[in-house]
Ligand binder design. Structure first.
Ligand SMILES: *Cc1c(COP(=O)(O)O)cnc(C)c1O
Ligand code: SF4
Length: 427
């Protein structure tokens, strides 16, 4: 390639609009990246994966470029965004769509109010890329062969209702703007949301949660209008004593590149507070060394590692889930390697809507049946919440028990009973 062509390409590659425009959304577009797949086995594997997946395909050239295509099946970045049929496992018998019961905790369309003083605002149903493990696979992204999405209706028509609810519910001090992903919002929309929320005196903290920095970091350095909108909100917030923060979503140290460094430096210089939330996934970051590297790299970028979530129960990602035991082990390995405030809390977002719990804080955990039972005193004090380890982490005997509905019910009942007995002893 001539030098000029190469320079042009580099210039284009660093442009978020170009990345968006060239995002891959169809299997056949992957062919040119695959190289040695002469007999088409890999492509067919991806097709089979997508046919079962609840999430549509969308991946930026930037991310495609980070995949090690010679090790396609094992690559930690590939695993997050491109499904293959050969790795899929049957879902856990306890899986239900929308396992966190978000729609049941929605007082108005597009707002999840589960905890007392904080809410989740679903600003859009689009993302710069689609992750296989998305909790909101019931609504985010385009319809797939297996899921017709519950549409998040156009934001403008819901916005006034959301603002009105927040205004008359002053107990809410904390708003998480999520979705979907605010990277897909126009700068004017982003600004309107930020300033709208800032006009409500009871709101003390606003976070913008985005996968963007991890999958499209050049947005920050090339879409000046968007970055200015974010900085304007942050500055306006600071002026009136409201904390604005930016929550990123990095899962593997290889997702941190020169583009990421440039973007994070820019945001840090412009006074944006940043924190990171990761998802613990088998074959991606279920290794203490990988997690340690990630934590160190993020800390150096002044992105505070905040949470590591165990995978939610989502269809098509059973092979990526990790046991509670493994999550606890990795947490123990990570704690102490750096500043405590840069050490993430490992959490389980409990199925059934109990909210996030420290993974170590189960009331009862049976490693044979793989059931961990949690209490959520501040959310639903009278209820117990159960998180199941993935079947592949259990003995063959326990696995067989789980596929028998009668024995499965028995195991569930036994775990809840054991937790209650323990709690009665304490009280
Ligand atoms: C995660 C979450 C929040 C924010 O919780 P933090 O623990 O403060 O990060 C708020 N609402 C819902 C429904 C959530 O799932
Ligand atoms: S960016 Fe977030 S909301 Fe969007 S698909 Fe990924 S996990 Fe889901």
């Amino acid at each position: 390639m001539s030098r000029i062509a190469h320079e042009t390409m580099r210039h284009e590659f660093a442009d978020a609009a170009w990345q968006d425009h060239h995002a891959v959304t169809r299997v056949d577009q992957l062919r040119e990246w695959m190289g040695a797949d002469a007999d088409g086995n890999l492509i067919r594997d991806v097709e089979r994966g997508l046919a079962r997946a609840p999430m549509a395909l969308r991946i930026t050239p930037y991310l495609l470029n980070l995949i090690d295509w010679s090790n396609f099946l094992e690559d930690p970045i590939r695993k997050q965004f491109i499904p293959v049929g050969s790795e899929l496992l049957p879902s856990h018998p306890l899986l239900k769509m929308d396992s966190l019961h978000e729609r049941k905790s929605s007082p108005v369309d597009g707002l999840v109010h589960r905890y007392k003083d904080k809410v989740l605002l679903l600003a859009t149903d689009r993302c710069p890329v689609y992750c296989r493990f998305c909790t909101r696979s019931y609504s985010v992204g385009l319809d797939t062969q297996s899921v017709l999405k519950k549409k998040v209706s156009p934001f403008q028509s819901r916005w006034d209702t959301i603002l009105a609810y927040l205004r008359v519910t002053p107990v809410i001090a904390d708003v998480v703007v999520s979705g979907g992903d605010c990277f897909r919002l126009k700068p004017s929309r982003l600004l309107a949301i930020g300033m709208g929320l800032l006009s409500i005196p009871s709101i003390r903290r606003i976070r913008f949660a985005t996968k963007g920095l991890a999958v499209l970091p050049m947005k920050i350095t090339s879409d000046h209008k968007w970055t200015d909108a974010l900085v304007n909100i942050s500055d306006a917030g600071r002026d009136q004593g409201v904390e604005i923060s930016f929550h990123t979503h990095f899962n593997h140290p290889r997702e941190i590149t020169d583009y990421t460094i440039a973007a994070a430096e820019l945001l840090f210089k412009r006074g944006i507070r940043m924190r990171n939330q990761s998802v613990l996934m088998a074959g991606v970051n279920d290794d203490p060394e990988v997690m340690k590297q990630l934590v160190k790299k993020l800390s150096d970028l002044h992105i505070q590692p905040y949470y590591v979530y165990t995978c939610d129960l989502v269809d098509g990602i059973e092979h990526m889930r990790c046991s509670v035991r493994l999550a606890c082990q990795i947490e123990k390995a990570v704690r102490g390697i750096t500043a405590g405030y840069n050490t993430p809390l490992f959490v389980v977002d409990t199925p059934g809507g109990g909210g996030k719990r420290d993974v170590h804080s189960f009331e009862h955990y049976n490693t044979q049946t793989g059931l961990a039972v949690y209490r959520a005193l501040s959310v639903r004090p009278d209820q117990l919440f159960t998180y199941p380890d993935p079947l592949q982490s259990l003995s063959p005997d326990a696995q067989a028990a789980w596929v028998d509905p009668w024995r499965a019910k028995g195991m569930l009942r036994e775990a809840v009973r054991a937790a209650r007995v323990k709690l009665m002893g304490l009280e």
